[in-house]
Design a protein around this ligand. Sequence first.
Ligand SMILES: *Cc1c(COP(=O)(O)O)cnc(C)c1O
Length: 480
Amino acid sequence: MKLSFEKSRKGRSFPVLPLLDVPKKDLPGELVRKTPPRLPEMAQPDISRHYTELAKRTHGVNDGFYPLGSCTMKYNPKLNDEMASLPGFTGVHPLQPPETAQGCMEVLFEAEKLLCEITGMDAMTFQPAAGAHGEFTGVLLIKAWHDSRGDKKRTKIIVPDSAHGTNPATAGMTGYQVVNVPSGADGGVNLDELKKAAGDDTAGLMLTNPNTLGLFDKNILDITRIIHEAGGLNYYDGANLNAVMGIARPGDMGFDVVHLNLHKTFSTPHGGGGPGSGAVGCKALLEPFLPKPRIVRGNGAYSFEDPGQSVGNVKAFYGNFLVTLRALTYILTLGANGLADAARNAVLNANYMMKALSDVYDVAYPGICMHEFVLTLENLKKERGVSAMDVAKSMLDYGMHPPTMYFPLIVKEALMIEPTETESRETLDEAIAVLREIRSRAGADPQKLHDAPLGTPVRRLDEVGAARRPVLKYNFDGNG
Ligand SMILES: *Cc1c(COP(=O)(O)O)cnc(C)c1O
């Protein structure tokens, strides 16, 4: 397929900008570029075909099964997008006087209220644009709290080894030392190791529960108590709330701050870099430190207010507003019972698949899982030379997106499967049949699996090369 730059022909274009309807202003000379940008020039039908062709080569939730563990690739109801397309929401300007944007402020206010109820928190900000960004903001709150008490000796954040990679990265970004705590044989946090790690240099703990193994830690109350007793605060990575929403709340488990990926659990399409929302909720003790401004209600109207000891801004204005709007639409559509049902179905679907595969694949941590489960292909690799990568690539030939691979790091040859609640029993049965067929092929004809995928636009890619020597720019001059 040709790139748009290769399809470009000089002078071929069509108008995309509306006619000027405000007084013309010239930009200061130093801001005006000296040469026009080298953009592709194309007619509308060619652009339309270009993007349609690209879309056909991509796999999304609207194309088929997408069990990418930890990413929660669930179907997003169309109603959310209808709401997010209403001109009253799309045409608003962030610098409009508050009295002319009351409806949008109400959306943020109501979403905050409902998500606080779902998480058991007291206040929330929608400013962070993604999960990792929310983690960063949340840990800044923890840091600001210790600082406000003059407690300078806390230099460490404890992170279990089953954590999402963004957790230690966040702790590092915020200037903390990361202390790793190993998991026990049951996949939960090892309490003895946690007790040893916690002390008066502990700023806090970052934990995902259910963790990335798809397991709910049954010692969660002990875990958060140990950290509180050491003088630290507890951070809940709630990127994926699918298994617990409407059923269990981080706030009741002893957590002080939580981020949610509204673009995972709360139904905004994601992938390809956004836009997303890593909303951060916190208990009242951290509220004074939240990013500014906050929306408050008084005398029947909404207004903005800066929290006293705010950590500042982590993004301009109020975050990705339309993502918050989609989350509110989703929550109001499902209602409290609907959310809990969605969570139960997410757990049911994962257990259904796990059980149906467990006689032909090894489950890393057998027992009841939450919204996802992890297979380990270590034995298959040893015995037949077939890796997790081979199985994942083979799925592509059946029109299915592969699961998450080689994560969590503590499981060898891991395949992490998250079917989500929006898949029907028929789709699950089909995926189970495909995975079983691939497994039997691994016995009969492993070479086929090493060669997969056979039917995709490109075969196996040089993934290391793509990561180490990414080609992100079009080479206009053709001389490398
Ligand atoms: C996806 C995810 C994140 C990171 O979210 P981004 O929006 O990709 O930054 C963090 N923690 C967990 C557990 C996740 O699943």
